[in-house]
Design a protein around this ligand. Structure first.
Ligand code: NAP
Length: 264
């Protein structure tokens, strides 16, 4: 049985993860801004659970989340930085405020989490930090997500750097990056800007089937069980990423053909 902190646990992937891990009997600390939604999720969880209203864009809130989790359970085994938000805005229309908001909720939030909990992991000599990124942080092909793609790319870099920094001295501290593809949640509706944007121009000839939040939660739970550096939750992702990095020109040429052909 582990003690696991999950941010963004009031909906979507975070809520599904809480339900999944609750069934496995883990102690859970659930965080997000809306206490009522969090408590509704907590009621569905059968194991020991604490809910803490937290705005992850505020460092003091994230530090308090860590303190409360330690006060409640004595130690933390796993911390999942899952809270995040999208945007529907092409690069040329981004405002300063929108860009800052994307970095704040998707990158600085996770930085605060890492800086709050990793010293505890170092003191114990063990622990598992998991950052929920996106396939779009690796392959930025949904152009209308612009600053979201950029923020998740930054999160990917910070995650890899933290892992390398800890590896030699703290072999029992794991740092994992999870990159879901399309997941059926309220994410698009909660994104800044119109939720009615056209579907992302996925690679021609490739359909990325949306996953359910439960499928993604099961994938994250498997990483908690067997830590890995990185995971794409959607089996379609790795072949697309390989093609992208092999030849970006050819890849983008294919995208242009698809866009020019119009919606299927
Ligand atoms: N859905 C997808 O297609 C998809 C694909 C790849 C990656 N992801 C990533 O998966 C993660 C979860 O997304 P989701 O699909 O489950 O979306 P969601 O249903 O919109 O859930 C987002 C969660 O983040 C919380 N949150 C947002 N802003 C917050 C803040 N300032 N402070 C604390 N909590 C905050 C929300 O809770 P409150 O509103 O209560 O604060 C909610 O619990 C995100 O990091 C997202 O980028 C999603």
């Amino acid at each position: 049985m582990k003690t696991i902190v999950i941010t963004g646990a009031s909906s979507g992937i975070g809520a599904a993860l809480a339900r999944h891990l609750g069934q496995e009997g883990h102690n859970l600390v659930l965080a997000s801004r809306h206490a009522a939604s969090l408590n509704a999720v907590a009621h569905e969880v059968r194991s020991h659970v604490i809910t803490i209203a937290t705005d992850v864009t505020r460092r003091a809130d994230v530090n308090r989340l860590c303190d409360e989790a330690l006060r409640g359970f004595g130690s933390i085994d796993v911390w999942v930085n899952n809270a995040g938000r999208g945007i529907t805005r092409p690069v040329l229309e981004l405002t300063d405020g929108e860009f800052d908001e994307m970095m704040s909720v998707n990158v600085k939030s996770a930085l605060y989490g890492m800086q709050a909990v990793v010293p505890h992991f170092m003191a114990r000599g063990q622990g598992h930090l998991i950052n929920i990124s996106s396939f779009l942080g690796r392959v930025p092909i949904a152009t209308h997500r612009s600053a979201y793609n950029a923020a998740k790319a930054a999160l990917n870099a910070l995650t890899a750097n933290l892992r390398l920094d800890l590896a030699a001295k703290y072999p029992a501290i794991h740092v994992s990056l999870i990159m879901p593809g399309l997941v059926s949640t309220e994410f698009a509706r909660n994104a800044i800007g119109s939720a009615s944007a056209t579907a992302p121009p996925w690679t021609p000839g490739t359909t990325m089937k949306p996953q359910s939040a439960e499928e993604v939660a099961a994938a994250i739970a498997s990483v908690i069980e067997h830590p890995v550096a990185e995971m794409y939750t959607n089996p379609a992702s790795a072949p697309i990423a390989r093609r992208y990095f092999e030849d970006v020109d050819a890849f983008e040429e294919g995208l242009r053909e698809k866009v020019n052909a119009g919606p299927a």
